[in-house]
Design a protein around this ligand. Sequence first.
Ligand SMILES: N[C@@H](CCC(=O)N[C@@H](CS)C(=O)NCC(=O)O)C(=O)O
Length: 207
Amino acid sequence: MIRIWGRTNSSNVMKVLWLLDELGLTFERIDAGGKFGRTDTAEYRAMNPPGLVPTLEENGFSLFESNAILRYVCNACVPGSSWYPAAPRARAEVDAWLDLQQTALARPQSVVFVTLVRTPPEKRDMQAVASALSEAGQVWAMLDAKLRGRDFIAGSAPSIADIAFGANVHRWFAMPIERPDLPALRGWYERLLARAPYVQHVAQPLT
Ligand SMILES: N[C@@H](CCC(=O)N[C@@H](CS)C(=O)NCC(=O)O)C(=O)O
């Protein structure tokens, strides 16, 4: 059985839980990271060298990096499905957006979220927030442009690119920030909100 290590309020853990439930897969989850610790042991580092969450473990196999886990689950459990299409160009498009989420969005979005939601007001670096907001806003604007005239990032069906960005977009709309007006992004977020696994794992109060 698949085992996921990671606390439920991590956006990278949310991605994996959301996908597993979309696919109807059975799994167990162990709290790890943040206040739960467990990520600094030699055993955990052998599975996840940076000591972060999530980690997937399955019958002697383990994997770190949330987007790699999304790809693995699709390849292993629903090969060739629209979640991670097999055709080279369709797959490359999904990969490109998965990479953009990690390389361009993850850091600035995390600066804004951790500062505004997890840091006491007197300790907040609001200059860092302003700059990170601008960076994250540029990525959300790219996604807004991509989503014009289509339901999901890769077309008419959701893919793991939607999972990677979708785990962040709830925070984007739920945080007390000034947002640029991005109607296609808002429409896509509302489509995600219609999915029960999204609401269960992602669209929850911010903690
Ligand atoms: N690129 C990694 C980033 C993982 C990451 O930064 N995880 C955060 C939570 S979202 C973490 O482990 N923070 C430390 C902790 O929870 O102890 C991935 O996508 O899996």
